[in-house]
Design a protein around this ligand. Structure first.
Ligand SMILES: C[S@@+](CC[C@H](N)C(=O)[O-])C[C@H]1O[C@@H](n2cnc3c(N)ncnc32)[C@H](O)[C@@H]1O
Length: 295
């Protein structure tokens, strides 16, 4: 395991969830430094196929998990026994100023998790209309001052780097609200990162592909770090776990719908306080898991 990636989040829970699955490959769709993958391989003696879109993730197959169906086909893999998604950026990516993810470190407005991303953050910041920028910051950052921030960015264009962007955002937010909720630029940076990497689209497509490749009894585990991701996961799992949707007074089922998934985590699981104390990244982690039901 590459130490610059820090500790894998909720690794004991991940390992326990994969313990009872049938034989076969486990896919780690977000390999990063291989922390989870090596725990799974060591504790369970399982074969793990690691995928990551970042060329820095050594030991992983380079690819975007939204292309999972194609990746598995190319590897000659038909069915998988488990799949893990540990979403978002890694601490390794955050710690490299030249990647542009951090509002605390000077760097270029890049934010691409891998070279497959179509745009850089700087292109969005310096070319989108004020309205489109405000929509993006509100939607992906859940930022209530999105309009003010977008207006301030447009007034200061061209924005050169992460430090300048962080300063512009900070100055655009009313002083009274600046003291709560972490760094004032956190939400704007999150929004840009999500847009640059098309994270929401990738998650929807990756989940669909992963769930359909699972064999009966196979499991999918997802760790998300903000509510937008968690909502997508929760809805997709609920949709797959829904059986017959006929009205209860109908004598026989007419819809023919059967549940594809069994939800293993009625409420999302969180890291325990000891882990959060040792690994601040675990604070916002929400873990959800499902099992594929026999057809
Ligand atoms: C939180 S880190 C994973 C850390 C890893 N679990 C470990 O223990 O070292 C998330 C990783 O997922 C990768 N990633 C994010 N979105 C991806 C996607 N759509 N396809 C492939 N990799 C992705 C990132 O490049 C990053 O390396």
């Amino acid at each position: 395991m590459d130490q610059s990636y820090h500790k894998p989040v909720m690794a004991d829970t991940v390992v326990d969830l994969f313990r009872p699955i049938p034989d076969g490959i486990i896919v780690d769709a977000t390999y990063g430094g291989g922390g989870h993958a090596s725990r799974i391989a060591e504790d369970l003696g399982r074969d793990v196929l690691g995928i990551d879109r970042d060329p820095d993730a050594e030991g992983a197959l380079r690819g975007n998990f939204r292309d999972l169906a194609r990746i598995l086909e190319e590897q000659g893999i038909d069915r998988i026994a488990g799949i893990l998604f540990d979403l978002g950026v890694s601490s390794h990516q955050l710690d490299q100023p030249e990647r542009g993810f951090s509002f605390r470190k000077p760097g270029p407005l890049d934010m691409r998790m891998g070279p497959d991303a179509a745009t850089e953050a700087g292109t969005l910041v310096n070319t989108l209309s004020e309205r489109a920028l405000a929509d993006l910051i509100r939607r992906y950052g859940e930022e209530r001052f999105a309009r003010r921030i977008a207006a301030a960015i447009v007034a200061h264009r061209p924005v050169a780097d992460t430090t300048e962007l962080a300063e512009i955002v900070k100055a655009a937010i009313p002083a009274a609200t600046r003291r709560s909720g972490g760094h004032p630029a956190r939400r704007t940076f999150q929004a840009l990162r999500i847009a640059v990497n098309e994270e929401m689209e990738a998650l929807r497509e990756g989940l669909d592909a992963g769930l359909s490749a699972l064999e009966p009894g196979g499991r999918c585990v997802v760790i998300s770090y903000h509510s937008l991701e968690d909502r997508i996961v929760k809805r997709r799992f609920a949709e797959g776990a829904q059986g017959c949707t006929c009205p209860p007074d109908l004598p026989v089922c007419g819809c023919g719908r059967t549940a594809e998934l069994r939800i293993l985590t009625r409420k999302s699981l969180t890291a325990d306080p000891d882990e959060v104390a040792q690994n601040p990244r675990a604070r916002s982690a929400r873990l959800r898991a499902v099992e594929k039901v026999a057809a």
